[in-house]
Design a protein around this ligand. Structure first.
Ligand code: SF4
Length: 230
């Protein structure tokens, strides 16, 4: 039986509890924080973000910082030299295009335009743009991280050859705009807690009755088939 998005939302809400959207940052903070999370853990990125905001309370200060000094400040976030350059480039371009650092105007744009505005910034891809619009502004954008990408493939929501970039619009359209944030959060939780990369816990999975990949893992299917959904 096909796995519908309604089934996923209902079953995962029962398994992990209801999801409520609460903005954690202003949009520019969310954008820069997401850049800091690239290729590192959220914990390391958080340390780097806090150190940066403590040393440079205003975005103008970050933009004007000496590159080596900014890199030193965000060292705990990894790839500090590249990230310090990228962050200053992003800030410069935002200032040039918009005149200040307040990105709340994006919420007034149609979703596609808001995404295009962000992905025109250096090093900002569909996931970073979607995180910013969704987490900071409550817009119905669907960020696809490694957990969501894996779970979506296993559930047959996207094809085995779909790229992560293409997965963004496909998954976003599967649910009503009001449910996109919830869908994102629940699929991440599912990937982290149950549908794990190496050893998915299919026997206790809330979606196992309809999951097309369950039989590949339990009983152990052939290795090639399992690799296709990893
Ligand atoms: S049944 Fe297994 S493969 Fe399917 S979603 Fe659940 S944990 Fe993942």
């Amino acid at each position: 039986m096909k796995v519908s998005s309604r089934y996923i939302l209902d079953r995962l809400t029962s398994a992990y509890g209801p999801v409520t959207w609460v903005p954690r940052f202003e949009p520019l903070d969310e954008l820069i924080f997401t850049v800091l999370t690239q290729h590192t853990s959220d914990l390391n990125a958080e340390r780097a973000y806090k150190a940066m905001r403590a040393r440079y309370p205003h975005w103008q200060d970050v933009m004007d910082a000496r590159p080596a000094e900014l890199a030193e400040t965000i060292r705990s976030g990894g790839l500090a030299n590249q990230k310090s350059v990228r962050i200053r480039q992003i800030l410069r371009m935002i200032k040039q295009r918009h005149g200040d650092f307040d990105l709340r105007f994006l919420a007034e744009l149609p979703l596609a335009e808001a995404k295009a505005w962000l992905t025109d910034l250096p090093g900002v891809g569909p996931k970073t743009a979607a995180v910013t619009l969704s987490f900071a502004l409550g817009m119905p954008a669907m960020p696809v991280d490694t957990h969501i990408f894996r779970v979506a493939k296993r559930l047959g929501l996207i094809g085995s050859k779909t790229t992560v970039e293409d997965a963004h619009p496909i998954l976003e359209k599967l649910v009503a705009p009001a449910d996109v944030f919830k869908f994102h959060v629940l699929l991440i939780q599912h990937g982290r807690r149950t549908c794990k990369a190496r050893s998915p816990l299919c026997p206790v999975c809330a979606l196992s009755e309809r999951c097309p990949s369950r039989s590949l893992f339990y009983p152990a299917g052939n290795k090639k088939a399992r690799e296709a959904v990893r």
